[in-house]
Design a binder for this molecule. Structure first.
Ligand SMILES: Nc1ncnc2c1ncn2[C@@H]1O[C@H](COP(=O)(O)OP(=O)(O)O)[C@@H](O)[C@H]1O
Ligand SMILES: [Mg+2]
Length: 358
């Protein structure tokens, strides 16, 4: 499926914006602050029922307005009009004018891969950034993962609320065990799915990284999880005293992380800026290939300010890669119209261009 039309009302800085897109290379140019990234975020929102950047929907409503809507018309095998509306703290999503009973039911219809300068946090930021990457990779293609994740989060919140309420006083172990009845099976399934994902994903990732970086170093990704060490239920049980004292749950997949390395060295400490950028772009392009392998369709590729931060050689290889026939719809932002124009002029794909002005 590809997005043929996008309409935004009161979405961040866009009070009323309408854009058409082709099933090829679309470029959006305009000055800094004009709202280019926000448009890509709206496309991400249409697929994932949330912003890539800001989980607080009330902050996405344009200042001094009461609601926002995002409308997207998708063409392809099964055309669909998707409408997202957020008003008075409530979010609704409609497909062809019919509201989904649950928001989660919508996720998975459309896949997006977003590459933005903010992704540097994947390499340099805390473990939650990398869990978010895994979750976004799996939620878009696996309903049961999405379900398990939601059960896990809810159960963990309840367990932590109990631990906090008790303020360090001893808790009946049977009571804690009963709380874990939902947490444990969900956690075990999330762990198994993440482990499987990392091993499959890495096969796509390594050649893409090597192509982008043109280096000889072999990148690696290691899935770090306490659940690699034993049965989740047993681990939780033996940690009960610690949890009681700490007043929160110290064991589980909410502590998972990914270790990124080049050869035997951690990327974060020893990677050059160029290597880190190649690593991140390769993670995203591998995510694209992973989605493609599972859905047999092309995700929508969102490239935010991609030429701003990478050197000419890497940019050229990226364009060669995404310009090959294996990619579908691409939406690219840049401050310089002439720059994107020269970069993409050689490609045969269908093209459409928008220039945003105040
Ligand atoms: N809720 C909101 N209401 C109004 N403006 C917003 C809101 N959220 C973000 N913005 C504005 O959006 C602008 C940034 O848009 P962005 O898409 O990042 O621009 P670009 O990518 O073109 O540089 C900023 O001026 C910011 O203040
Ligand atoms: Mg931007």
């Amino acid at each position: 499926m590809y997005l043929s039309k996008l309409q935004l009302y009161h979405f961040k800085n866009h009070s009323d914006q309408s854009l058409g897109f082709c099933n090829g290379i679309n470029t959006i140019t305009g000055a800094n602050g004009i709202g280019k990234t926000n448009i890509l975020d709206a496309v991400h929102y249409l697929a994932n029922a949330k912003s890539y950047f800001n989980g607080i929907d009330s902050q996405i409503i344009q200042h001094n307005q009461a609601f926002f809507t995002i409308k997207g018309s998708f063409e392809g095998e099964s055309p669909a009009d998707i409408l997202v509306q957020f008003e008075s703290g409530k979010k609704t999503i409609k497909k062809n004018d019919k509201a989904y009973p649950r928001l989660l039911d919508h996720i998975g219809l459309i896949q997006t891969v977003f590459i933005t300068p903010y992704d540097i946090e994947l390499a340099l930021g805390g473990s939650e950034e990398r869990r978010k990457f895994i979750d976004l990779s799996l939620c878009q293609i696996d309903k049961s993962y999405l379900h398990n994740l939601s059960v896990y989060k809810k159960s963990l919140d309840q367990r932590n609320a109990l631990l906090k309420n008790m303020q360090g006083r001893p808790i009946d172990p049977d009571l804690l065990d009963s709380f874990d009845a939902k947490l444990v099976p969900a956690g075990i399934q999330i762990h198994a799915r993440r482990r499987d994902f990392v091993s499959k994903f890495t096969e796509y990732f390594i050649p893409i990284y090597q192509n982008l970086s043109q280096g000889s170093e072999i990148p690696n990704i290691h899935y770090d999880s306490q659940l690699n060490e034993g049965h989740f239920g047993d681990l939780l049980h033996s940690n009960q005293r610690m949890d009681t004292l700490a007043q929160r749950t110290g064991i589980g997949v909410h502590k998972d992380d990914l270790q990124f390395g080049l050869g035997e060295f951690p990327l974060k400490k020893f990677g050059s800026q160029g290597q880190i950028k190649s690593f991140i772009i390769a993670l995203k392009l591998a995510q694209y290939k992973y989605f493609q392998s599972i859905t047999n369709t092309n995700p929508i590729l969102l490239l935010d300010d991609i030429f701003e931060k990478i050197d000419e050689n890497r940019a050229q290889r990226l364009i060669e890669m995404v310009g090959e026939s294996g990619y579908g719809q691409i939406i690219i932002t840049d401050t310089h119209a002439s720059r994107v124009e020269t970069h993409f002029s050689g490609l045969l794909a269908e093209k459409m261009h928008h220039h945003l002005t105040n």
